[in-house]
Design a protein around this ligand. Structure first.
Ligand code: NDP
Ligand code: MG
Length: 384
């Protein structure tokens, strides 16, 4: 019997997906790739399939099915298309762990489906927990599924908690780089362009999360993600801006002691920790050099200028379907900003408008979340 972990990578053609394949390429004795999925980037999906020889690939964009099918015709690889197919293949018996790295609400259905089938989850797709954290964590508990965080801040918290799971957390500090617009005022932001917002100082990521980082919505989504992952009350979560992105987050225990996890910013590290857990696999990533960083600095987040962070805290406090509305409105807003249809500051206006307009549901069912997402997108589009 092989002791390799069989892995399904959802969103393998994205930033997290390709870095996960880098980790697997460097550790071929530890992993076997069972499933790869992409959406628009059929050529990359085909190249990945030829290199890693998975059992199955799924291209979410159905118009590209024939193209992928023909390209892989001489390989022993099953090809399917559509998001329903992704939700089905994640339940295959041969899969041990599912790395969920589809971006946005689109990743919710397949993650829930994998949890239903009892698969361990390495979770990059934070929107899953923002939209339906109550349902996702309850189902994971019922099925005995662990959610291993891939997001660097949550991986940091998780690493600080190793050996401490029985000790109550007093508080966590999520660190934020502040993004490319740290220190800017509203006058600057009102004319900020996507080319500027897409230049993150410390991380190379997909377009959506890069814009979210510039607007601090990413940190807002991460606050809600942390609440669900670590079972925290809103008042136990604080955000602190740390421009060097070396301290990835901090846990404070009830004796006042604090633990932080540090390292150079490289997503391969949290990815590797999530899929390799409980082992730390050797890596050749560059090591941190204190002399190159004589000062690590910390400052408060400017929630007056970057209103998204305040809106996310409000949505978390409100609970129910409020975070689902926040997320859907933000997805529409970011897509519109990337098409130059709205300005940078209008993204927060749109999110706020949707939260004010759409009916609040205190205890939503899965169907309520689906309906809330749809309705929010409709109202948001109307307001652009
Ligand atoms: P990318 O945009 O780089 O990749 C997204 C992936 O999802 C691609 O494989 C894309 O396919 C696929 N995809 C997009 N839309 C759909 C859809 N409707 N149905 C099915 N598949 C789809 O995003 P990232 O890798 O940056 O981010 C992925 C997730 O990880 C996000 O939730 C993000 O918040 C989170 N995350 C990312 C970090 C990072 O450093 N990048 C850090 C922490 C969290 P294709 O490219 O073929 O169109
Ligand atoms: Mg993060």
């Amino acid at each position: 019997m092989s002791d390799k972990k069989n892995i399904a990578i959802l969103g393998s053609t994205g930033s997290i997906g390709t870095q996960t394949l880098d980790v697997i390429r460097a550790n071929p004795e530890a992993f076997s790739v069972e499933v790869l999925t992409g959406n628009g980037n059929a050529d990359l999906l085909i190249r990945q399939a030829i290199e890693f020889n998975p059992n199955t690939v799924v291209i979410a964009d159905e118009s590209k099915y024939q193209y992928v099918k023909e390209a892989l015709a001489s390989h022993d690889i099953k090809v399917f298309s559509g998001n329903k197919a992704i939700a089905e293949v994640v339940q295959m018996d041969s899969i041990d762990i599912v790395l969920a790295a589809i971006v946005g609400y689109a990743g919710l259905e397949s993650t829930l489906s994998a949890i239903k089938a009892g698969k361990q989850i390495a979770l990059a797709n934070k929107e899953t927990l923002v939209v339906a954290g109550d349902l996702v964590t309850a189902l994971a508990k019922e099925k005995g599924v662990n959610l291993y965080p891939v997001d660097s801040e949550h991986s940091a918290i998780f690493q600080c908690l190793a050996g401490e799971f029985h000790n109550p957390i007093e508080k966590i500090y999520l660190t934020a780089s502040g993004g490319p617009f740290r220190g800017k005022d509203k006058t600057f932001l009102s004319s900020a362009k996507k080319e500027q917002a897409l230049k993150h100082p410390n991380w190379e990521m997909g377009a959506k999360i890069t814009i979210d980082s510039a607007s601090l919505m990413n940190k807002g989504l991460e606050v809600i993600e942390a609440k669900w992952l670590f079972g925290l009350k809103p008042e136990q979560i604080d955000v602190i801006v740390h421009p060097q992105s070396i301290v990835h987050s901090i846990v404070q225990f009830n004796d006042g002691s604090m633990k932080a996890q540090m390292g150079l910013p490289d997503m391969k590290l949290p990815i590797q920790y999530a899929i390799g857990y409980p082992n730390r696999m050797r890596s050749d990533f560059p090591r941190f050099d204190f002399m190159k960083y004589p000062q690590l600095t910390f400052e408060p987040a400017d929630t007056k200028t970057f209103r998204n962070l305040a809106l996310a805290f409000d949505a978390m406090n409100k609970g129910g379907n409020a975070p689902c509305i926040l997320n859907a409105a933000n997805e529409v807003a970011v897509a519109a900003f990337l098409k130059d249809k709205i300005g940078f500051l209008q993204m927060s206006d749109l999110v706020e408008k949707c939260i004010q307009t759409i009916a609040y549901i205190a205890k939503p069912s899965y169907e309520d979340y689906v309906e809330t997402d749809k309705e929010t997108r409709r109202i948001a589009e109307e307001n652009i």
